[in-house]
Design a protein around this ligand. Structure first.
Ligand code: 5RP
Length: 290
């Protein structure tokens, strides 16, 4: 029998066997390839649909920034609380135990630093992503900058390679003094990432964030940005989740917190359990005091 949409034998392929409707738990990935879905399911929790990604790739443009001087002491103890880690191949190979069991969003684009030509980047070879068994390749996209076209080309090239090997492409909307952070700009930047092949996108929270989410056909996670007081950072995460983000990819607001281990656990409570900012801050203080 045709189904309600007129698809022939959609209910049982004509064999009398009920067929479950195929669907994937993440926005925009219904028609993605198996490898892409499998890797996205490593990063995102199937129950909440969200992820707490721990970002500590800052050194590639900033050097040994505060809280990241010693990855072995500052970051490795936090790994167990993260759903996914985001770092460069240099730090991955030199500091991260290969048996930590965490999916990796590899920083896949590289180029200038904060002292020089920020956002003037190229991308790595796909063999490196395969060799490191990464779950996503993160590429900076600097919409509105003088390097806009170059960074979009990096994303497109990465998506081409990623689709060949079933590895998701993670579009990262760029930071920069001259780049706006309002819903109009971030809506454009995230949409351009999705249109050019990003499997999911990282951006910043802003006023009217729900419009940014609505206009982007793939999942969005938010960066934390500059260090805020702990309760404010928890509120930022709460608002982002409430407005439709699928998680956070947070760095400084975790590793520069007074108690980073307590902070990442409080962020988890917001992202996976919907804790309010006050309740999560209470949890933060509880863990911190022990
Ligand atoms: C920079 C990045 C960082 O990983 C990102 O900014 C997340 O860190 P933070 O929460 O400290 O902003 O992608 O390009």
């Amino acid at each position: 029998m045709p189904d309600a949409d007129g698809n022939k034998d959609a209910s049982n392929y004509g064999l009398g066997i009920p067929v479950k409707k195929k669907s994937f738990f993440m926005k925009g990935l219904e028609y993605a390839d198996w490898g892409i879905k499998e890797r996205m399911a490593r990063i995102f929790d199937k129950r909440s649909g969200n992820a707490v990604m721990l970002a500590f790739d800052h050194g590639y443009i900033m050097g040994p920034t505060s809280g990241l001087e010693r990855i072995d002491l500052n970051v490795v103890p936090l790994l167990k609380y993260a759903d996914c880690i985001m770092c460069t191949r240099g730090v991955l190979r030199s500091c991260i135990p290969p048996d930590c069991g965490k999916p990796v969003a590899l920083r896949f684009s590289a180029g200038g630093t904060i002292l020089g030509s920020l956002n003037y980047e190229c991308v790595m070879d796909i063999e490196e992503a395969v060799r490191l068994d990464v779950s996503a390749m993160a590429v900076m996209v600097a919409i509105g900058s003088e390097n806009e076209a170059l960074t979009i080309r990096n994303l497109t090239k990465t998506a081409d390679m990623g689709n060949r090997y079933g590895i998701p492409t993670f579009g990262v909307t760029a930071v920069g003094k001259n780049l706006a952070r309002d819903a109009r700009y971030l809506g454009l930047a995230t949409r351009v990432c999705a249109e050019n092949g990003a499997t999911f996108v990282k951006t910043y929270y802003c006023e009217g964030f729900e419009k940014v989410v609505a206009g982007c056909p793939v999942p969005i996670v938010i960066a934390g940005g500059k260090k805020l007081p702990e309760r404010d950072a928890l509120e930022l995460a709460y608002k982002a989740i409430n407005d439709g983000a699928n998680g956070v990819d947070m760095g400084r607001n975790i590793f520069q917190a007074e108690d980073p281990a307590a902070m990442i656990q409080a962020v988890r409570a917001v992202v996976h359990k919907g804790y309010s900012p006050d309740r999560a801050f209470e949890l933060y203080n509880d863990i911190k005091s022990k």
